[in-house]
Design a protein around this ligand. Structure first.
Ligand SMILES: [Zn+2]
Length: 401
């Protein structure tokens, strides 16, 4: 509150907050949008301290600067209105929308944001459950191996490649970034700056450089859209066709630290993929099983359970020493994950014949009907040091146990 007060005192008078025409830039934005960032900041800090107190990893909110942070602002539901395919926003006035609002329910608020040269209005609607629910088209149980060569491999043997337009776009991204950095270099040379730029220095923005920056931003926005489209279609399909889906709960942070892998992982957007699976599962009543990162899904033979400890990261196919089966690395991993899903599902519904093979030694959680739940499956190292079927044991941890 003190910060907000201080801000309000100087927001129209501080010389640093004047536009090139001498007017305070905050005048162009509705007063309500000034207050929202403080509410967000307060929320971010209290969340930070809450996590710290709980002993969990947390990072403090980062400083955001006009022109550096993404452009956008929040609108409370009484500050704008929708009229078919247009919206009336404070200060901005009437804007045409690409489509009318598709959802029926109470409008909670909206936010306006910019991506490259496009402006978006995201409207938050409280939709009753019966409208939000979706009907599944199938009751399959699928294991999904997320990978680098193929974005996803299903236990049915199907391999889903990542979106193809992405590769071409990434090449273009390099070209446009290079062009922009050369323009920046030229601007620095023209300004007579050698070496490091002193903090706070402003290079005069040429039209050419602004155009170059926009071209790069447009492409980055397009790449983001291609990725988003792909993950949305994949996660919707998985939740729609299955009663249970098992994926690896990869340690994304750890994998990103590996520079060679990181490009491919960001491409597929593992984190986003799991986030979407979670909320769509609730919508379709699908059960999501997360196998933790210690579960050796690639190393176990899906036929006999023999563990292939010497499996190298690059090996695409391997032969089981136990039963001689030929395995495609990714399909085999997907089948192992499918097995986990079957086990978790069986434990929940307590079907004795199905639970035998997979859930040996596992305690069943309370058998709740319905879906949309997420079951983390914990694989504990060293608990069973033998090889074979026991590696497939499922440990189910439900929240309320
Ligand atoms: Zn085998």
């Amino acid at each position: 509150m003190a910060l907000k007060k201080a801000f309000n005192r100087i927001k129209y008078s501080d010389p640093d907050w004047l536009d090139s025409d001498g007017n305070p830039w905050l005048r162009a934005i509705h007063r309500d949008a000034h207050a929202q960032p403080f509410a967000n900041l307060a929320k971010a800090w209290s969340r930070y301290f809450e996590l710290r107190r709980a002993g969990q990893p947390a990072h403090a909110p980062r400083f955001k600067k006009k022109g550096r942070a993404p452009d956008g602002f929040y609108l409370a539901n009484d500050k704008f209105r929708l009229e078919g395919r247009s919206a009336v926003l404070p200060k901005v006035g009437r804007v045409a929308l690409r489509e009318a609002l598709r959802w029926h329910g109470k409008i909670m608020g909206a936010s306006v944001s910019r991506e490259a040269a496009h402006w978006y209005l995201a409207i938050q609607v409280d939709v009753p459950d019966y409208l939000a629910r979706r009907r599944r088209t199938g009751d399959a149980v699928t294991g999904v191996d997320l990978g680098v060569t193929n974005a996803a491999t299903l236990s049915s043997g199907e391999k889903i490649a990542g979106p193809r337009p992405l590769k071409a776009a990434l090449r273009r991204l390099r070209i446009r970034s290079r062009r922009l950095s050369r323009k920046l270099e030229a601007a620095r040379a023209a300004a007579g700056i050698i070496g490091r730029i002193v903090k706070g220095t402003r290079l005069p923005a040429s039209k050419n450089r602004t155009r170059g920056a926009l071209a790069l931003a447009r492409l980055q926005a397009r790449i983001a859209r291609v990725r988003r489209d792909f993950t949305h279609k994949l996660t919707t399909r998985l939740c729609r066709e299955n009663q249970a889906v098992a994926v690896e709960d990869l340690n994304v942070r750890g994998m990103l630290a590996n520079a060679r892998l990181s490009r491919a992982i960001i491409d597929v957007g593992f984190y986003e993929l799991r986030r979407q699976l979670r909320y769509k599962a609730a919508r379709y009543g699908t059960h999501i099983v997360l196998a933790d990162r210690w579960y050796p899904s690639s190393k176990l033979c899906s036929g006999c359970g023999t563990r292939n400890g010497g499996l190298a990261p690059g090996e695409r196919t391997w032969t089981c020493a136990g039963c001689g089966a030929q395995h495609d690395r990714d399909v085999n991993a997907a089948i192992n994950l499918q097995r986990l899903a079957t086990g978790a599902l069986a434990a929940r519904t307590a079907l004795p014949e199905a639970s035998q093979a997979v859930t040996r030694g596992a305690a069943a959680g309370p058998g709740l009907a319905g879906g949309g739940e997420v079951t983390p499956v914990r694989h504990e190292h060293g608990q069973q040091d033998g090889s074979g079927q026991e590696e497939n044991a499922v440990h189910i941890c439900t929240r309320n146990r």
